[in-house]
Design a protein. Sequence first.
Lengths: 830, 271
Amino acid sequence: MTNHWVDLKNSDAILIAGSNAAENHPASMTWINKARDERGAKLIVVDPRFTRSAAKADIYLPLRSGTDIAFWGGLMKYVIDNNLYHEEYVVHFTNAATLINADFEDTEDGDLGLFSGFMDDDGDGYGSYDRKTWSYQTDADGNALRDETLQDPNCVFQLLKKHYQRYDLDMVAGVMGCSKAKLEEVYAAYAATGQPDKTGTIMYAMGQTQHTVGSQNVRCMAMVQLLLGNIGRPGGGVNALRGESNVQGSTDFALLAHLIPGYMAVPRAGDHPNLQAYIDVETPKTSYWSNKPKFLVSLLKAWWGEHATAENDFAYDYLPKVESAGNHYWISLFEAMHAGTIKGAWLLGQNPAVGGPNARFEKEALEQLDWIVIQEIFQTETVGFWREPGKDPLKIKTEMFVLPAADAMEKEGSIDTSGRLIQWRPKVAEAVGEALPDHDIIYLIGRKLKEMYEQDPGPYADPIKHLAWEYGGGPVHPVIGEMVDIEKVAVEVNGVAVEDVLDADGNVLAKKGDMLKTFGHLQADGKTACGNWIYVGYYYPMSDGEGNTLPASKRRGQKDPGGLGIYPYYAYSWPLNRRIIYNRASADSKGNPWPGGRELIWWDGAKWTGYDVPDFVVTKGPDQPGFNDPFIMQRDGKGGLFAAMVEGPFPTHYEPVESPTTNAFYPERNINPCVKVWRTKEGEDVGNTYGDPAKFPIVATTYRVVEHWQAGGMSRWLEWLVEAQPEMFVEMSEQLAAEKGIKAGDRLKVTSARGAIEAVAIVTKRFQPFTVNGKTVHQVGMPWHFGWGGGGPDEALGKGDTANHLTPHVGDANTTIPEYKAFLVNVEKA
Amino acid sequence: MTERYAMYIDASKCMGCRGCQVACKQWNDLQGFVPGVRETKNTGSYENPLSLDPQTWTRIKFSEYDNPDRFQWLFLKEGCMHCTDAACVDVCPTGALKHGPYGIVTFERDLCNGCGYCSQFCPFGIPKLEIINSVTGEAKSSKCVFCQDRTVNGLTPACVKTCPAAALEWGPRDAMVAKAELRVSELKAKLGFPEARVYGKTELGGLGRIYVLTAPASEYGLPENPRYPALGTVWQKILQPVGQIAFGAVIVGALGAFFVARRNVVMEEVE
């Protein structure tokens, strides 16, 4: 989130699109209800079906799964045509005024549906873009040319207007399948937050991201919020509802194929052969990222300690390098496993047998592995994948190692919430049997590897042998001995001064051995070590506002100066305890707060001050360059209305890979032209086959229910939850049920090109048929929590067929997040 | 604890999350899905279990209200209404059911003889009988008791504590009624729910649950006009007293007969 949970209470309009907050983040309703009760805020829900969130909303708009860009593009056109954008904000804080290369061609020019620079070497219709023509026009010094009247035909604002010129109400309603009147009602209600004294928030989750255009869906939300002047302000922002309590932490620490901790790029063999190459390629001249070398060198120093020195480029050569991050995303990994390229897998706390796309294919991939180590709490369907009914264990050669893991309550450490709030939590229960916390398991394996490499080095042992791995000193376990002292990990992540850190005048900023208070003190010369630059300060002793000083993320101070729900003494948010990022934008181009009574920070004549930590150089005044550049991580400091992504600088409506219709905007370009469409074993019973709408005419989506948790490991073993939601079901409209002779409670067969499952029919008014481009299109939805149980005496209480037997092994062009949310099925009585 | 307390239940805020259903089971040590013993099935709805039972003292009922002006998906937290005019208390022959602290209709399991009258006469069909010995037929009643062990110690019922929607509150009944009436006027005036209403203010002398509803009670599966059972009146006001008198008369008669007979016998023996 750019904002945070409590901040929802400051909003004038809350748009829930592609998420279901009441269902999956029920505690957030506390703050949404405050906004409604105390500010008269409107709650708007846009969703294929009438959800638990819709049940609490003021306005509900249905949309066919996979048509979000049509919805957002239509909103942008509505905002621009009706002059509802926040003009001063747009002119000064975004790149609306920036001039783009005159050779740039939009999807509305020339080759319809494509931007300039499309390269399709093998002529199969899919490819990538050369972004040369997507550049800014610059002066001789490299500064971007701008027209702040927003009239120049090459300025971003005019190009944006042209890009969405055909996204009018009729066109958009036709693509989404909804009523034009209801669409306009939603647009008017949300666009009202473009007034300078109003803010609106967008709450999104997998309903936006789990598409082949998922990244562009999120881009749309950012663009809408920039046009309406809602970023960096209380009650505004682009707010992702993260799906687990610490998945924000997991992305902070780069449990992602393309990153290393702190959102830096994973080293690539071709582009980053050595430290200097990495620094040259990855460090922009402007924006706060120009400090990247300090973050990287400090990270290397944390990992290899005394063995990372200026002489060996701080052990940069010890880092493994990828050929392309794209080879290591989830779908690619399972394709590689299936092909036998990957021999072993170490799975920590995940259940791909239930949660993976095209799960039958992924289970077949697991069977090809020589070995699997799985760290788990319950005997899930992945732990027992080899004994699933229909599989012959004698034919599966995979050696399974099951490491019982402690659960969240049984270990100490921090989590990072959706709102970037890092909270340290104590251990409150003992793990059962032999179960250990993940950090102990990883520590023990690392320690053992180092021992083994000492004895038997092999060709390149130094990266392992030289790892700084001194985390012991914790509780003594009767069997394994000394366990992790988690505080050592915390201190390393927070960052320490390896030597005295001095400022330009020789004053000591941080003494040798002390923790660092701010990432502003990080050095690129080896004087600092830091496990994650965005976390600096989180374990530093700070006041809780009530007389106690303790590690920042352990604080629970209750004071809230300003009453905006900032609670600066409660835990610690990255970066540097800023609660609303880009908060320079909460003040106008003169430095005065926008009207509306939610003053956050302002220029007081000498410095930036207020109720939040300024996300800005505190002393930068109106007479200095960059005073109106709130987006400090962008090279030009401006919010990117125009910003390069894999499939273009502006989001464009493309249909999902499996769609019941053609792209009404660009019939020759049905789907995202940059998506990798896997075709392994196409046409076979288990394989990457895509459905013909003639055979599979019904749009399907998958989602969560409040009673269950993800792939079911944490909920299908609990009797109270299973009682409440015992079986796999599929929800459909009364009209579709009537067509098929289906009654509520009937057992149904749901099929896709990749599998067939059974589910109980829920027949409801909460799904209504869509009229898409003149035709009736039905949609159904199902939860993805269920699995066959795992087998054995400790298998699940709650069992059911797996929705992911139906989903496709294809994902977003930028991130490859699977398209779980829009695919094709058929349904009939079983 | 002599002041009457009530549970405020705002169905307009309720999200049907079942937190209350689960918190109640956790606090009161009740069972959920137990293979071979208690298994629920999806019958075409999110609703489960399909009724209150000896292991389920509160649950959420789901219904869809297809009002053309505004479609609603309704969630109703069901449980003992803790009525002022509680038929179950009046018909209970053993005094297991009584009005207790805060006006809670309390239940003393040890006193219960499993007769089932409470179940029969409750206008809402709340108390559920559990057969605890299938050979003897011994049974016990069961229902929500507003977490008596928590509330008499100054805590709120477990469901109220857990509700993430802040849809529940536990407090003095007059205050809960006032809160409900304020919320209803807000729903009508500002939030587009012209059919909003309070349920529980005067029904059966006043219920211990004060509901804020956004639709007619019948749409939630609640009786629009719950009445004290006529048969219950007969039972309470006529038959039971007669029964007690009759029972007493039988004892007096039997004892009297015994003494009389005994005197006759002795006199004959002596002679």
